[in-house]
Design a protein around this ligand. Sequence first.
Ligand SMILES: [Zn+2]
Length: 208
Amino acid sequence: MYCPRCATSVGAFEADAAGCPACREKRLAWNGAFRVGSYEGVLRDAVMELKFTAWRRVGREMGSMLGEAVAAGLRARGVDPRLAVVVPVPTTFRRRMSRGVHHTLVLAREVAGACGGRVERGLRRKHRPTQTSLPRSERARNMVGAFVARGPERLAELAASGRVFVVVDDVRTTGATMTAACRALRSGLPRGAEVFAGVVAVTRLEWR
Ligand SMILES: [Zn+2]
């Protein structure tokens, strides 16, 4: 069971539309969050594999599981999943080269497929040190301004046709990356456009 607002694991009756103890007091950059599960056990292994080795098969599996979660979550909010515009959190060019894969794009394609929606590469990334190379306390600052909306006219057009946006990433740890990505996307969207967060796994750590 997870909080529909921030996707943190919660117990029964601990979360409602206003959030959970972890997020209720916080302003979030997204309207709601979807996930497959906690970043532990089999799911943690799968995400590691997705990033570093058997990405194609694992990426499809993880992406289709996330797609089911996103479609169910949108339906629960009364949103037709086919309206989803799935935006992958961009990885840096250098990392894409070293891994030979744009793994969030692999995920995004599967999510769009499961929803009957579409993929739009609506974000661009500027070079920054990798988040994992930094202490937790510096991650949020490192991510501020790390992303830029790409093709604002196109994004505005999609929003005007009633589309909703789902920013997709593999793991959410502190939430800094997802926050920066959603803020950047929102800056390219008309006010009031709905932006959701979709991640394969969230860590159990308190996010900020
Ligand atoms: Zn929450």
